[in-house]
Design a protein around this ligand. Structure first.
Ligand SMILES: [Mn+2]
Length: 335
């Protein structure tokens, strides 16, 4: 008989996803197999798992991932990926805090869903509060450092929600920069190593620092590139700040920073993250609230929420991006 196994699918691009996996390794019993998911490959990772030979007592946990529609779509000759996964094993738990409009699709298939947007708790904190401290209360006391880890993830995901000293936020930022570097250079083994070190409670910040030291030149170059490649474009009475960014710089944090620096001065920030990300993130201005970036991104084939959005695109350089945006926006404003 094979040993009871746990497979964790987690968001491999940010602090919450990595810490969630580390908490699973720290507290769950038996062998833990961690699969890292990027924004771009959610369906592929799920498909691969559902095509494997899983014993019916395999536990599957999904952390910090927003369920995408295509997981539930059947084709002519195949049932949907979620159907095939739930057919193979009875124990699927999904813990997330993004949009929860597809949770009925999960519940219909017997998946246990924990979370939701309104709670404003990141995945790691949900794992701590609703799995670890209820199901393993003794271990939770013994390994109370797990709560600090969950708090680092929480402050990283909801910087405005916590009245925390800057140290927690800054340590999260440093972990995030290391995670972005490892993803940028496709260093999957080192991401797994980071998860293991955090789970073991070993000196993982030393590993984070060594990654940052190795990548320092690339980070500096990306920052100077950003400083040289930003411009305010005036189109149809709106001011848009456009920039091109090398995605070795953490995307969420960078946009938060740009938005707060330019708040009230423009109608939105539009950032193109170049290879290998190739996506555009567009945030509406929180002070002027004059332009819905979300609607424009939907028009561009992408999507968004709360007025902000994004879409996939690829450009040769900054001027290519500028002329593309100017043309599309002009057309959008004058249909
Ligand atoms: Mn998260």
């Amino acid at each position: 008989m094979t040993k009871r196994k746990t497979v964790v699918l987690t968001h491999g691009e940010d602090v919450d996803g990595i810490i969630s996996a580390a908490l699973a390794k720290k507290f769950f019993k038996g062998e833990i197999d961690v699969r890292l998911v990027r924004h771009s490959n959610q369906l592929e990772v799920f498909q691969k798992l559902s095509s494997e030979n899983l014993s019916d007592d395999t536990n599957i946990y999904i952390f910090d991932l927003m369920p995408k529609k295509n997981l539930f779509m059947a084709t002519d000759d195949q049932i949907s990926v979620m159907d095939s996964l739930c057919f193979k094993t009875e124990s699927v738990v999904w813990i997330d805090h993004h949009d929860d409009f597809l949770t009925w699709e999960l519940e219909k298939r017997g998946v246990r869903y924990i979370g939701g947007e309104k709670k404003k708790e990141c995945a790691a904190l949900l794992i701590w509060n609703e799995l670890i401290s209820t199901e393993f209360p003794e271990e939770a006391i013994e390994k109370i450092d797990g709560f600090l880890l969950a708090t680092i993830a929480q402050v990283n995901d909801y910087p405005g929600e916590e009245k925390m000293t800057g140290i927690i936020a800054r340590s999260g930022d440093r972990i995030q920069q290391a995670i972005s570097c490892l993803n940028y250079f496709s260093r999957e083994e080192d991401l797994q190593k980071l998860i293991n070190l955090i789970a073991l409670g070993e000196n993982w910040m030393a590993f984070v620092n060594s990654v940052l030291a190795e990548c320092e030149w690339h980070i500096m170059r990306a920052r100077s590139y950003l400083a040289r490649n930003q411009k305010v474009l005036q189109i149809g009475g709106f001011d848009f700040l456009l920039a091109t960014v090398d995605p070795i710089l953490p995307q969420k944090q960078l946009l938060r920073k740009m938005r707060s620096e330019h708040a009230g001065k423009v109608d939105g920030c539009v950032v193109f993250f170049s290879d290998p990300a190739n996506n555009v993130l567009f945030f509406s201005d929180p002070v002027r609230c004059s332009f819905s970036a979300q609607k424009f991104c939907t028009y561009m084939g992408g999507g968004g929420r709360d007025g902000d959005g994004g879409f996939s695109a690829k450009f040769l350089d900054f001027s290519d991006f500028l002329s593309f945006f100017e043309q599309k926006m002009t057309k959008y404003l004058n249909p």
